[in-house]
Ligand binder design. Structure first.
Ligand code: LIP
Length: 295
């Protein structure tokens, strides 16, 4: 897989990428064990963010604190950006972008579709098109699925004690026969717009799955259990690791107008499906009109 061009930033040498990937797997796996093994019987919502349904539990923060401690100890000069409070600047050129629990509502309801997502990126993750992931891991701690990749090194999936296998995107080419994942934000006006987009997409594809975790949706595109995925409104931590797993599994990940993935759009599919699905989603967005917020 020839990695796509990236912004004018230095990509670490292969031996460093191997170390970054191994570290991402180790810390994501440990955080996954924490959020399952120490989940309180009565899990409480600690706070909310963009709306009353955008919840944070005590385990979101505990998972991020663990990730921050482990990554800072292993690579003290790297920067850190997590979904919850507590980022850190760095001097190495590498930033760890983490979602301590992606699929928090599934976690709150004990639905086994949530993940710990850990990615090492180069560039500035706050600048659209100004960064790219170079190593990463997504762990579903309930199913035991571990997806991981490094730039130029391919993507792998391990399920429990099963041997690691290479992850490859599906060969689907016809959007009308594609199983497509998507998701929705937490603000009512944005959800209404997303539902309008979905109303146009749904009759034009095989079917849609809304699993509740962007990181897992992207990894399921990488292993072919989804043919494609699109979502509007994601943050860097939702997409960073899954983006790399898809591209290293032979897929294509783009954002608005075919540019870099961003909160404006993340669209992922195999090379044979990507352009047709992108055109279909563009049509649906045009029919839905301008979103309530440009992000
Ligand atoms: C989730 C995303 C998912 C989206 C959910 C939510 P969180 O992230 O991974 O794709 O549809 O609404 O935003 O909030 O669980 O970290």
């Amino acid at each position: 897989m020839v990695p796509p061009p990236i912004p004018d930033v230095a990509v670490p040498a292969e031996e460093v990428l191997v170390q970054l990937e191994e570290l991402a797997v180790a810390v994501a796996t440990e955080a996954g064990r924490l959020i399952v093994g120490e989940r309180p019987v009565e899990l409480a919502v600690a706070t909310t963010k963009s709306s009353s349904t955008d919840v944070v539990t005590e385990m979101d923060q505990r998972s991020q604190d663990l990730l921050h401690r482990r990554l800072s100890a292993a690579r003290p000069d790297d920067a850190f950006l997590g979904e919850e409070e507590g980022g850190r600047l760095g001097s190495s050129g590498v930033t760890w972008v983490v979602d301590p629990i992606d699929g928090t509502v599934n976690y709150l309801y004990d639905i086994p579709a949530y993940a710990v997502s850990v990615a090492a990126v180069v560039g500035d993750p706050s600048v659209v098109g100004g960064w790219t992931p170079v190593a990463g891991c997504v762990v579903n701690p309930v199913s035991g699925e571990v997806f991981h990749a490094r730039r130029g090194g391919g993507a792998r999936r391990r399920r429990g004690r099963l041997a690691r296998t290479s992850a490859r995107v599906s060969s689907a080419g016809d959007p009308g026969m594609a199983l497509v994942g998507t998701g929705f934000g937490y603000v009512a006006a944005k959800r209404a717009w997303q539902a309008s987009v979905l109303a146009s997409v749904l009759p034009r594809v095989r079917d849609v799955r809304r699993m509740g975790s962007a990181a897992l949706d992207l990894c399921h595109v990488a292993d072919g259990t989804l043919d494609g995925y699109y979502e509007h409104g994601l943050n860097a931590w939702d997409m960073a690791a899954g983006w790399l797993v898809v591209t290293e599994a032979g897929g294509v990940v783009t954002g608005p107008g075919g540019g870099a993935p961003s909160s404006g759009l993340v669209l992922a599919a195999g090379a044979g499906l990507h352009s047709g699905l992108a055109a279909l989603v563009d049509d649906a967005v045009s029919a839905a009109g301008d979103p309530p917020d440009p992000s």
